[in-house]
Design a binder for this molecule. Structure first.
Ligand SMILES: O=C(O)[C@H](O)[C@@H](O)[C@H](O)[C@H](O)COP(=O)(O)O
Length: 261
């Protein structure tokens, strides 16, 4: 099924659309399961999540935090309170802003005790050590590694999760979570979902805003020969519902059909 693109002129309307989408999938998922399994990413998504799940008064009261199981589609191998940590971002933007009487969601972070030294990026950390962190995270994934919703960003190079253009991990089929030590974007050591996890999801939603995204949106949606990671997500053949939430400037001049959410 082709990826759907939802575009709005204003950032607040994009945020509202993302919130309504999350809520819709939460409610659908909880009809057949006692938990809502969601994975989040880093980048500007942290702020969007705060705005739609905490600050938006028509959405926030309907979020059933006590039923949420939160994972990270990729994580930098740094302590959880490091400025580069995706957990740290989610904690700062969302968890720390939950009203005090809220039962917190179950949040699955990397096993911080496996990070060596004060900073997980220290030189003595090795690929095999990083792989053990990936394996530990893989063991914590939901049954069959099946997510109700995976929220992704798209980098200016078309990367998503920590799956970068032309990287060997695009072809990884055996591991659900892989370690990467040569991320072109710092920090270099990370763990990431692989395509087998993305393929099993019920739904995936990208959030991409700003005029700076237009060139990569052109490559993803118009350039038929492109093999960019985000484009490969759009082309998954496993029935995943893929949506993009963008502002008008991100697709200005791009020949893509969009609608309002
Ligand atoms: O790990 C990273 O390098 C970033 O977190 C990255 O994956 C991010 O999601 C995209 O670059 C989109 O970033 P923006 O949402 O800020 O545009």
């Amino acid at each position: 099924m082709p990826a759907k693109v939802y575009s709005h002129a204003q950032h607040d309307d994009v945020v509202n659309a993302v919130g309504k989408h999350i809520l819709k999938i939460q409610d659908e998922s909880l009809k057949s399961s006692s938990t809502f399994k969601i994975a989040v990413s880093g980048g500007s998504l942290g702020k969007v999540l705060k705005q739609c799940l905490i600050d938006n008064s028509s959405i926030a009261p309907h979020i059933q935090w006590d039923k949420w199981e939160v994972y990270f589609s990729d994580e930098r191998l740094v302590p959880l309170d490091h400025p580069d940590s995706n957990y740290g971002l989610f904690n700062e933007m969302v968890l720390s802003n939950l009203p005090t009487n809220t039962t917190k969601p179950k949040v699955n972070a990397i096993d911080e005790s496996l990070l060596t030294g004060k900073d997980g990026q220290i030189a003595s950390a090795s690929q095999s050590h990083d792989e053990s962190i990936a394996k530990r995270y893989e063991a914590s994934l939901p049954e069959n590694a099946k997510f109700d919703l995976i929220l992704l960003g798209c980098g200016p190079d078309g990367h998503t999760c920590s799956l970068f253009p032309d990287h060997r991990l695009l072809k990884e089929r055996d591991e659900l979570i892989s370690a990467i030590s040569d991320s072109p974007k710092p920090p270099p050591r990370r763990i990431t979902f692989t395509f087998p996890v993305l393929e099993r999801a019920s739904s995936i939603a990208f959030v991409a805003e700003g005029a700076g995204k237009a060139p990569i949106m052109e490559k993803i949606f118009v350039d038929k020969s492109s093999q960019l990671p985000s484009k490969l997500v759009n082309e998954l053949k496993t029935g995943v519902d893929v949506s993009w939430f963008v502002d008008d400037s991100a697709i200005e001049g791009v020949n893509v059909i969009s609608s309002k959410y």
